[in-house]
Design a protein around this ligand. Structure first.
Ligand SMILES: [Zn+2]
Length: 430
């Protein structure tokens, strides 16, 4: 009889860079293959090693340690810590991801620096959430999850009567909370549940419990100030862009985004018609020169013409007015803030991402110094807080719950039943 086993190649004691191998007889598949964000146990990653990934420096993983390449690599969502190493896979190993994740990666290939691009994207295969597909002996069904990456999916793998459910990254407090109920209806008592536990560390405070509370805090801030507002946030966190769009609408402000953001929203509208922009709305587009050049080179000038009716030029901005909310890069934020400050209209600064990025980038303090006001923190995590993790674990009733994408695996048993701790590289026979 063929043996079925699972091993965590990485992710047992780190956030980011998770990689799971599921083996049945001679056949295997790999789930996620991203760039690690930290070294084992949360230690600082060697940034030089990350620039030149290899198996010997520990960035690449020996996914063919048994001499047999996996049949496929399946990517849960379009965050670099989940897909960032796929270009290093042998060409003959197909890569699968959701249609929406593929679109996000394609947009990244236009606008992101080379290290965040996926060269082999054209040959990547895509799946539809909820529609099972087979790879060798494995049947895989992806389920849409509520996460800060549009199109993020969990993955149910069925093989030889065994079921393995991998949550990928998820939360329960965004704009798609009902998808967790959908998962609970579709997945019953898997043999293995691999569940993320990002927020169990101290670096993900639940200051704002939900995306709705973020929108409300933005509305209240806008109503209480007579200043323009600059928001630092991830452009690919579409839930957050929707919060900004709605907060601007509720307060009668104009939301100004850059070409990257506009193009991204347009590309995602095939998946969700409710996404902005809408006809005759309050969304305007700023054309940064570097993005214009990139678009002309990679997409064609017609893309620039497409948004012309919404274009707001640098010298058409009223720098004595408080009618705007901007979400732009730090360099453009800085230059526009300078113009407002000169008109005695010092903007409010809103920081709407994971705190860690602010500490890593000097430009945030430069903007603070220029404006003379601190960044106001309005953010909710892209990852589930303990309550939502418990609800999922209790609802699924897995025979074994294996912590992944966490530095607090040893704390799982305080919150959840049937916890089974695995070490990186260790195998478990099912
Ligand atoms: Zn993620």
């Amino acid at each position: 009889m063929r043996r079925t086993s699972i091993s965590l190649l990485r992710g047992a004691d780190t956030i980011g860079g998770s990689c799971i191998k599921i083996t049945h007889g001679d056949a295997s598949i790999v789930l996620d293959y991203g760039m690690p964000l930290m070294a084992s146990g949360g230690a600082q990653l060697d940034s030089e090693a990350a620039k030149k990934p290899s198996i010997s420096n520990g960035i690449l993983l020996d996914i063919t340690s048994d001499g047999k390449p996996p049949l496929a690599c399946i990517i849960s969502h379009a965050h670099p810590d989940h897909y960032g190493l796929v270009d290093y896979l042998p060409e003959n190993i197909p890569v699968y991801t959701s249609e929406a994740a593929k679109v996000l990666m394609a947009v990244g290939n236009v606008f992101f620096p080379p290290a965040l691009q996926v060269n082999r994207l054209d040959s990547c295969l895509s799946f539809k959430p909820g529609k099972a597909f087979t790879i060798g002996p494995f049947t895989i069904t992806a389920y849409l999850m509520d996460h800060s990456a549009f199109g993020a999916c969990s993955l149910l793998v069925e093989v030889a009567g065994k079921t393995i459910f991998y949550t990928g990254d998820f939360r329960g407090h965004g704009r798609k909370t009902t998808v967790n109920d959908y998962v609970l209806n579709a997945v019953k008592q898997p043999d293995i549940l691999l569940m993320e536990g990002t927020t169990l560390d101290d670096g993900h405070p639940a200051t704002f419990p939900s995306e709705q509370s973020v929108e409300q805090a933005l509305v209240e801030l806008i109503q209480a100030t007579k200043a323009p507002i600059f928001v630092a946030g991830s452009g690919s966190n579409v839930d957050r862009i929707v919060s900004l769009y709605r907060a601007a609408k509720r307060t009668g402000r104009i939301l100004v985004v850059d070409l990257y953001q506009m193009y991204l929203l347009e590309q995602l509208q095939v998946f969700s018609k409710g996404l902005p922009p809408h006809k005759d709305d309050h969304l305007r587009v700023f054309y940064p020169r570097s993005q214009c050049t990139t678009i002309v080179e990679k997409l064609g000038a017609e893309v620039l013409y497409r948004y012309q009716a919404r274009q707001i030029k640098r010298d058409a901005i009223d720098y004595s007015s408080d009618k705007y909310i901007f979400r732009l890069s730090n360099s453009i934020t800085k230059s526009l803030c300078k113009n407002f400050v000169e008109q005695n209209k010092a903007p409010e600064l809103v920081y709407s991402m994971w705190q860690g990025y602010k500490e890593q980038q000097q430009s945030f303090s430069d903007i603070e110094a220029l404006v003379g006001k601190p960044w106001i923190y309005i953010h909710t995590s892209g990852h589930a807080y303990t309550k939502a993790l418990k609800e999922l674990a209790e609802g699924l009733q897995a025979k074994k719950l294996i912590p992944i994408h966490t530095v607090k695996g040893e704390e799982f048993s305080q919150h959840f039943d049937n916890v089974y701790l695995m070490k990186n590289g260790e195998g478990l026979e099912l």
